[in-house]
Design a protein around this ligand. Structure first.
Ligand code: TYD
Length: 205
């Protein structure tokens, strides 16, 4: 089973990913927690370039670097783990590109979908947990964390486009659970845990 966690920066998705992995491990499951960008050795180097952007990177190049991270991640990390029956939780995947590079930067969404599918070898998440939050609350959290990445330095309009993107992408989807990111971490994990076990019971083979 592949679970993906998505949301804007400051939504609390990384905290949720960690706590969800712990929760499933405690219940006896074998879990791998990973992320994009940076889930592979190549990805770690790409992540540094993408987060710090020490030279100009145009939006298409930016997307292709995320796609390279993704291709390596799926081949080296995700596929082998799934083959062993491990539950894989990934902090972001292809939808982040659709939202950040498509809605955020304005590049062709169809191309992103095609390249994503190619990079991911057709693998898609069984379930996506979308941590939904307003831009103001998320921005406050991001500011309190210290050094900002290239994406966290973007203006409010960019973040508004991301929120629109995630909301559009995830409306009316049976494979997406939307969580209220303004809640405390304890409440978010509680709701996520309940929703996930319900989902697992319904989708048991
Ligand atoms: P993230 O790991 O969530 O940041 P952090 O661990 O520092 O909180 O993601 C890194 C940044 O990369 C984030 O701002 C979103 C961005 N991103 C994209 O723009 N496109 C993508 O395809 C992915 C995976 C991430």
């Amino acid at each position: 089973m592949l679970i993906c966690i998505e949301g804007i920066d400051g939504s609390g998705k990384s905290t949720l990913a960690q706590r969800l992995a712990q929760l499933l491990q405690k219940s006896g499951k074998t879990v791998l927690l990973t992320k994009e960008p940076g889930g592979s050795a190549l990805g770690k180097q790409l992540r540094t370039i993408l987060q710090t952007q020490p030279m100009p990177i145009n939006p298409v190049s930016e997307f292709l670097l995320f796609a390279a991270d993704r291709a390596q991640h799926v081949q080296e990390v995700i596929k082998p783990a799934l083959a062993q029956g491990t539950i894989v939780i990934t902090d972001r995947m292809g939808d982040s590109s659709l939202v950040y590079q498509g809605y955020g930067r304005g590049i062709d969404k169809q191309m992103i979908k095609q390249v994503n599918a190619w990079a991911l070898q057709g693998i898609t998440p069984d379930l996506t947990l979308y941590v939904k939050i307003d831009g103001t609350t998320a921005a406050q959290r991001v500011q309190n964390r210290g050094a900002l990445s290239a994406f966290e330095k973007e203006q409010k309009e960019f973040v508004d486009r991301l929120i629109t993107g995630f909301n559009e992408l995830y409306q009316d989807r049976t494979d997406v659970i939307t969580l209220d990111g303004t809640q405390t971490p304890d409440n978010v994990i509680l709701t996520a845990g309940k929703a996930l076990s319900q989902w697992m019971n319904q989708h048991r083979p």
